[in-house]
Design a protein around this ligand. Structure first.
Ligand SMILES: Nc1ncnc2c1ncn2[C@@H]1O[C@H](COP(=O)(O)OP(=O)(O)OP(=O)(O)O)[C@@H](O)[C@H]1O
Length: 737
């Protein structure tokens, strides 16, 4: 709304522009709502084909509408003034007027790039960069950088906005950083989609933020390719996934599948734990050979001819019949359970041939009857089955672990001690390190399909092919899709009964879905076997891995990404680094690096903290249990808004929570409760991975260090304001400056 000159704020022109863009946003929302209502009103009338099409368009409208709804906050955040006196506004999404003239430039568009990249030294055509602060739809302030005069010394852009973002109290959920992305982050976000990009960086350098913004950037830039195949984000825990869940929707992208590795790989219950050495062994690439050998070893030879009772007659099964059928099945190159069909058919045919020869029957005319008889013979079925047993990943892996002889036969690459480490009873529960092995076996074995399932699959495949052909026709002849959707996507939606499911929903429901791009956070935790499992879901080899080798849990450090990735690292891998820590105060970061170095860590160059926060490191020597409670209560009281995390060794979490329960009733999260919502939480270092808090009370660091130097490093680097160390035992080396 125009205001009288006397009350004009310096950013009046910006406010008018912001009003205009929001009005346009409201208008677009209204239009999509109307279209959606129209399609829905047509209801269930028409042919099934019409209905499927309508469902497909309804889903498309719903998705677009959701995208428009989600970008309400800080829709416009930047402005560039150019030498030719033109002006560009940068925002969360691109918005154009009815004539398709661009009003607001999407932050991911090439035209927005100078907003993140221009410096005084390399300003291109930019004269002024302005950051707009907004609350609701109101501009509350601006921050200007005149690029034709000032030289920015620190290499940070939009420092005011950046420092405001870094210093804000944490609400328990990650926010997007779209208004303040820094140049080194922007380079990575916009890096080429192809190949495996490893982004390494110390704590708080924005690896998670960058990975998520990169996912949004890639979806924008390669929409057609990635919308069909989907983007997968793999995070370390379900709590972490909830921590980041708002970021992509706030960037207008809701079609990304987010999961933990465990949830992605298998639907077996994982309740077991095991020593680190066993888990590390299960993660080694040599296990792939062990499993391959075990699967190859399932088919058995027939040592002697056997006589089969077929329909009351005696028919001979010869060792050669079995051997050549097995060879033929192997040559098919198919997974064990699928190749079994080739094997079984070949043996049946051999028996039928011999039977016809022995009896002098005409094979051609009697074939149907003979085959049916052999199929129905219990003897034949038993002998054929025994030589090529169908099996599941769970059955085979259990047998391998429980049967030392079987393991010895197939684990030639392992020492006797290593084989001993793998041994356990057949009913032992699964552990996280078993999941990539079960996944590998699922590929080597293939599905166990009964004939009914097989017929259903063949029919499904035929239907899908027909649907794609139809969708292509519809788009070509009837102009359906309006350039907004391609044939595969549309066809996938036509295919009842999932017509109304998005790609993300269908991908999430299908464990074998292959994604167009995979983003992996806390990538340092994965084993080579886990990498193999992820690569199988990404044949395009388009991945972004973010992590920090120094934050790796346990006592088996990875010295390089090559070592960590195993064979997965052999091709297409490039690396990039992030160097500035936007979270941890400088004094805390220096202490964390000293402790890490003293423990033999520090593989990467430590990140430089962007902020000095006075009084950010405090140490208290405990006298009694009450002291800890006092420290936590005092930190919480001093903080006001914001969150306190008490980080302890895993064995101390429950007792610490119990000790705090009375004094902090109503503030402390309940056991198994919401780690992200409560103002005070108690957790161990592994659970704290990827998260951040205003204040961290670190309990007995020497105990935490027993989990490995990475765990202590993670714990020390979580706070945005203060690390308060409480201890009775001596502090690990490096704490004192
Ligand atoms: N350009 C930026 N502008 C504003 N805030 C930023 C920026 N980059 C990072 N941050 C903030 O810094 C904090 C740390 O970011 P993030 O969690 O992505 O780092 P990380 O490298 O994944 O950390 P870690 O490895 O320690 O878990 C977050 O609060 C994030 O929002």
């Amino acid at each position: 709304m125009a205001q009288p000159n006397a009350t004009r704020v310096p950013w009046q022109a910006d406010q008018e522009f912001v009003d205009h863009v929001y009005a346009r946003l409201d208008d677009l929302r209204r239009r999509y709502r109307d279209r959606l209502a129209d399609v829905r009103r047509q209801g269930a009338s028409g042919t099934p084909q019409n209905r499927s099409e309508r469902d497909a368009f309804a889903t498309h409208y719903e998705e677009t509408l959701a995208r428009l709804e989600q970008v309400e906050n800080r829709l416009v955040f930047g402005r560039l003034d150019l030498q030719d006196e033109s002006r560009r506004y940068i925002g969360r999404i691109g918005i154009a007027d009815d004539e398709q003239e661009s009003l607001l430039i999407d932050w991911r568009a090439p035209a927005a790039r100078p907003f993140y990249q221009a410096t005084a030294a390399q300003r291109g055509e930019v004269v002024l960069r302005r950051h707009l602060m907004t609350r609701g739809r109101q501009v509350t302030g601006v921050e200007d950088e005149l690029l034709d005069t000032a030289a920015d010394v620190e290499g940070l852009t939009g420092e005011g906005a950046l420092f405001a973002a870094m210093s804000a109290a944490r609400e328990g959920r990650m926010n997007d950083i779209v208004a303040t992305i820094q140049a080194e982050q922007d380079e990575i976000i916009r890096s080429d989609v192809d190949g495996v990009l490893v982004v390494e960086g110390g704590p708080g350098t924005g690896k998670t933020a960058v990975a998520l913004h990169r996912a949004a950037y890639l979806l924008y830039t390669h929409r057609e390719r990635l919308e069909r195949s989907g983007v997968l984000v793999v995070g370390p825990s379900r709590v972490f996934l909830r921590y980041i869940e708002q970021v992509l929707p706030s960037l207008g992208e809701s079609g990304v599948v987010a999961t933990t590795l465990g949830d992605l790989l298998a639907d077996v219950p994982v309740t077991g734990t095991e020593p680190e050495a066993v888990a590390a062994l299960k993660g080694r690439p040599v296990m792939a050979q062990v499993l391959r050998s075990a699967v190859r070893g399932i088919p058995r030879r027939l040592a002697e001819p056997v006589v089969l009772d077929v329909d009351g007659e005696q028919v001979l099964l010869e060792p050669d019949d079995v051997r050549s059928a097995q060879e033929r099945a192997r040559r098919s190159g198919r997974p064990h359970n699928i190749a079994r069909r080739t094997y079984a058919t070949a043996v049946l045919e051999a028996v039928v041939r011999r039977w016809a020869e022995d009896k002098g029957l005409d094979l051609e005319s009697e074939h149907g009857y003979l085959l049916q008889s052999v199929r129905e013979s219990r003897d034949a079925r038993r002998e054929i089955n025994l030589r090529w047993m169908p099996t599941t990943p769970e059955q085979l892996l259990r047998r391998l672990y429980a049967d030392p002889e079987l393991l010895a036969r197939h684990a030639r690459g392992l020492t006797v001690q290593e084989r001993r480490l793998l041994r356990r009873p057949a009913d032992a529960p699964w552990t996280p390190a078993d999941l990539p092995l079960l996944d590998e076996l699922a590929v080597l074995l293939g599905h166990l399909e009964n004939p009914q399932q097989e017929r259903a699959r063949v029919a499904r495949e035929a239907e899908q092919a027909a649907a794609v052909a139809y969708a292509e026709h519809a788009i070509r002849e009837d102009g359906l899709g309006g350039g907004l959707v391609d044939a595969q996507t549309l066809a996938a939606r036509f295919a009842a009964p999932e017509a109304s499911l998005s790609v993300a929903e269908r991908a999430a429901a299908d464990r074998e879905w292959t994604y167009g791009h995979i983003v992996v956070d806390e990538a340092q935790e994965l084993s080579p076997m886990a990498w193999r499992a992820l690569l199988r879901r990404n044949p395009a080899r388009s991945m972004t891995l973010v992590g920090d080798l120094d934050q790796r849990s346990g006592h088996t450090p990875a010295r390089s990404w090559r070592e960590l990735l195993g064979t997965a690292a052999h091709e297409h891998v490039r690396t990039a680094a992030l160097t500035i820590n936007y979270r941890t105060p400088a004094e805390v970061m220096r202490a964390a690096v000293r402790v890490l170095r003293a423990a033999g860590g520090a593989h990467a160059a430590p990140a430089r903290s962007a902020r000095e926060v006075p009084g950010s490191l405090r140490t208290t020597r405990l006298a009694g249990e009450a002291d800890l409670v006092d420290v936590v209560a005092a930190e919480h009281a001093a903080l006001g808004a914001g969150r306190v995390a008490v980080i302890t060794a895993p064995g101390r979490v429950a007792a610490t929570r119990a000790a705090l329960a009375d004094r902090l009733a109503g503030k402390l999260e309940a056991p198994g409760g919401d780690l992200l919502g409560a103002p005070v939480v108690v957790l161990d270092a592994v659970a704290a991975k990827g998260l951040e808090f205003d204040v961290v009370v670190l309990v007995e660091p020497a105990e935490i260090a027993r989990g490995g130097p990475g765990d202590l490093y993670v714990a020390m680097t979580r706070p945005t304001r203060r690390l308060h160390v409480v201890h009775r035992a001596p502090l690990p080396e490096g704490f004192e400056a």
